[in-house]
Design a protein around this ligand. Structure first.
Ligand code: SF4
Length: 378
């Protein structure tokens, strides 16, 4: 193929025409006020758009302004975020709303530096709010934009490397300078999400096809070169689903732990299990007669997990199952035990017993849902 040519002004026109004709109808595109834009951008980070839509609608209905979020309890915020994952985003948004109230009278600030000073607002989120809500010529670079630009300019260095990121931001800034910056940014994101997809990009339908160096060289699909990631570290835990009178005992994860602020069953990290225990327990060999008279090592760990929270309950000798859960940096293998207590402790801010209906009002992670299901509670 010949060297691609399309001046930046023509690329801009092509992108805006593409957006005008093809933009998906998403709830946050109907409301360009800074608060809905901020909420949607935080929710959409690392989460698929279709997953976000119902969460966004519920969240905005309950918290239509930063002030309404600032007044909410963390439990209520995490409860509405439950299932969306990456709960740190919700905590930071909550803090950000409080700061907007305290410092800016409840209005999201128009100034870029002020926006960048808010908790959880980095260069990407500041640029999205600035360009969409304030019509400021500020660029955004997310996963979709990175893919489009890396292919368009045939950038062959890995994502995450300083020189790659610098180049991507420079290319994005070059395009956003002009009228309709918010639509231009959204056009790039939309193109990455719907046309310039990770596999099998639809180059025939792409408004930038005649400018695309990656396509011309036949290397588009191999770009961008992925970030060098560390494999998640295997981590082995026991979790105890302790019940009494139809309620389950949960505690709030503390500062420094996984899932901080969310409610979950008592857990304890254990040594790596034997290979046979790493798969589903159903597939593990049956214990010998001799073994059945000895408590499995994990049952001791289950008792220790309960003791660590001061709960006394009778732990079943064999686990109910094992669940696996992958986080960005850890792969969790959780052996789930069931325990029955005569009574559960008096509730306080850190521990409480919930019936099934009450679990809907507080933040619990997907992992906790899996553990409760494995333990026969939900
Ligand atoms: S031509 Fe193909 S590879 Fe290049 S930006 Fe368009 S969809 Fe992506």
């Amino acid at each position: 193929m010949s060297q691609p040519t399309l001046p930046p002004s023509a690329q801009r026109r092509a992108l805006l025409a593409f957006y005008d004709a093809n933009a998906r109808d998403l709830p946050w595109r109907r409301d360009r006020r800074p608060w809905p834009v901020w909420v949607s951008e935080i929710m959409c980070q690392q989460t698929r758009v279709q997953t976000v839509v119902p969460y966004f609608d519920r969240f905005l209905a309950r918290f239509p302004t930063p002030a309404s979020l600032a007044e909410a309890t963390e439990d209520e915020v995490l409860g509405l975020w439950s299932g969306l994952g990456y709960y740190r985003r919700a905590r930071l948004l909550h803090r950000g709303a409080k700061e907007v109230v305290a410092r800016y009278g409840g209005e999201v600030p128009a100034g870029r530096e002020e926006r960048l000073g808010l908790p959880g607002v980095g260069r990407y989120t500041a640029g999205a709010i600035g360009s969409i809500a304030f019509d400021a010529p500020e660029a955004v670079v997310d996963g979709n934009v990175s893919r489009v630009l890396a292919r368009l300019h045939r950038i062959e260095t890995p994502l995450g490397r300083a020189d790659t990121e610098k180049r991507l931001w420079a290319e994005a800034e070059r395009l956003v300078f002009g009228p309709r910056p918010g639509d231009l940014n959204q056009a790039l994101m939309e193109l990455g999400a719907t046309v310039c997809t990770p596999r099998n990009p639809s180059c025939g339908a792409c408004p930038l096809a005649s400018a695309c160096a990656g396509r011309a060289a036949g290397v588009a699909e191999s770009l961008p070169v992925p970030k060098v990631k560390k494999a998640p570290v295997p981590t082995h835990l026991v979790a105890v689903v302790a019940t009494a009178r139809g309620k389950v005992f949960l505690r709030r994860a503390q500062e420094g732990g996984l899932f901080r602020g969310l409610w979950g069953p008592p857990t304890l990290e254990t040594r790596p299990a034997e290979p046979a225990q790493l798969g589903l327990l159903d597939a593990a060999p049956k214990p010998s007669a001799k073994d059945t008279h000895r408590p499995a090592p994990d049952a001791d760990a289950a008792r220790a997990a309960l003791a660590s929270v001061g709960l006394s309950a009778r732990v079943e000798a064999t686990p109910r199952g094992q669940v696996e859960h992958v986080l960005s940096h850890r792969r969790l293998f959780v052996t789930v035990f069931r325990a029955v207590a005569a009574r559960l402790q008096r509730p306080d801010d850190a521990q409480r017993a919930f019936d099934d209906a009450a679990l809907g009002d507080v933040g619990i992670s997907r992992l906790t849902r899996k553990i409760l299901a494995a333990g026969g509670f939900r």
